[in-house]
Write a protein that binds this ligand. Structure first.
Ligand SMILES: [Zn+2]
Length: 318
């Protein structure tokens, strides 16, 4: 493992790509073997009562992995043309197993999809993320939307079930991103609590009602770059508000870190900060050209590159 560290980053990525390709090839090969084992019912000879029991017992797959492989096998048996798409990664096991789940439940509902419909559906799933595949499935088989519901679940607690439309989902996730510095990993309960308190503050003030004193003060995380600058002249650290506004407006609420070769953009919305391309502590300016929006991870990663791992980690240890 140690000699892997001596490889260049480019070599590491290239070798990993080869390994991932090899892994997909093996996955496909494995499906072919499983197909014959199932057809010849060899698992029964080995005292397993099902292919699932064979995969978990004999092949030591966890239940989730066994399930995905078997569902994917069902699709592969019916539509062998997908072989090439599994090999090059256009279709993965998870997405195939989700598609098979849909085919099976449509059959149970007496609305089975025809072979060509299945082929078209799979073609539409190529290169899609699991979340996108789930959306495609919902187009064919919408979940019945339950009504809003508030029920007592313990002496002092109630459970609230609400439906979030797209606008509300967008607003809530923007709120989570904006609050992610002071309130990382907020649950929906935390978020509702926060919104209730903040709205009450505003409304009470409007009506002239006194608010009870606030209990805790949020712990504010500082960016990695700011930690280094603490050692330098802190008074000049302030980025003028109009510059900040222009950068946020230009870059939007997502990380701008981009892979120069592939053009892939990070896009994370978690703990966004303004980052100086040329570090401020090394003479970089507070200008729109020198500033950009990045997530906490990329901010930290860049700070390590700019200042060295030793210096940055000393801020965490100390
Ligand atoms: Zn990022």
């Amino acid at each position: 493992m140690n000699d892997l560290r001596s490889l260049s980053n480019k070599e590491l990525v290239e070798k990993t790509l080869i390994l991932a390709r090899e892994e997909r090839r093996i996955t496909l090969e494995l499906l072919k073997y499983l197909k014959v084992i199932e057809e010849k019912r060899i698992y029964l000879d080995l005292a397993y009562d099902s292919m699932f029991a064979f995969l978990t017992g004999e092949l030591k797959y966890c239940e989730g992995s066994a399930y995905r492989r078997l569902k994917a096998l069902r699709v592969f048996k019916e539509i062998p043309e997908i072989e090439g798409k599994i090999a090059d990664g256009r279709l993965n096991l998870t997405n195939l197993s989700k598609a098979q789940g849909l085919f099976e439940s449509q059959k149970k509902l007496d609305k089975p999809l025809g072979l060509n419909e299945k082929k078209d559906f799979l073609e539409n799933l190529e290169n899609k993320s699991t979340r996108e595949v789930e959306k495609e499935i919902l187009k064919i088989q919408p979940v019945v939307v339950p009504k809003e519901d508030l029920r007592q679940v313990s002496e002092s607690k109630k459970q609230l079930k609400v439906i979030l439309d797209e606008e509300l989902q967008k607003d809530l996730s923007e709120l989570k991103s904006l609050l992610s510095h002071t309130h990382p990993n907020m649950s929906y309960q935390d978020l509702i609590k926060f919104m209730a308190k903040e709205t009450l503050k505003v409304l009470r003030k409007k009506k002239g009602i006194e608010s009870p004193p606030a209990e805790e003060k949020a712990c504010v995380k500082v960016s990695a770059e700011k930690m280094v600058e603490k050692e330098t002249d802190f008074s000049k650290r302030y980025i003028p508000k109009n510059i900040q506004r222009q950068v946020w407006q230009r870059d939007g609420l997502s990380c701008t870190e981009t892979n120069a070769t592939t053009g892939k953009k990070c896009g994370s919305t978690f703990q966004l900060v303004l980052d100086h391309r040329h570090p401020w502590a090394m003479g970089g300016e507070h200008s729109t050209e020198n500033l950009r929006v990045v997530c906490a991870k990329h901010n930290f990663h860049k700070a390590i590159k700019d200042y060295g791992e030793k210096k940055i980690s000393s801020f965490y240890d100390g």
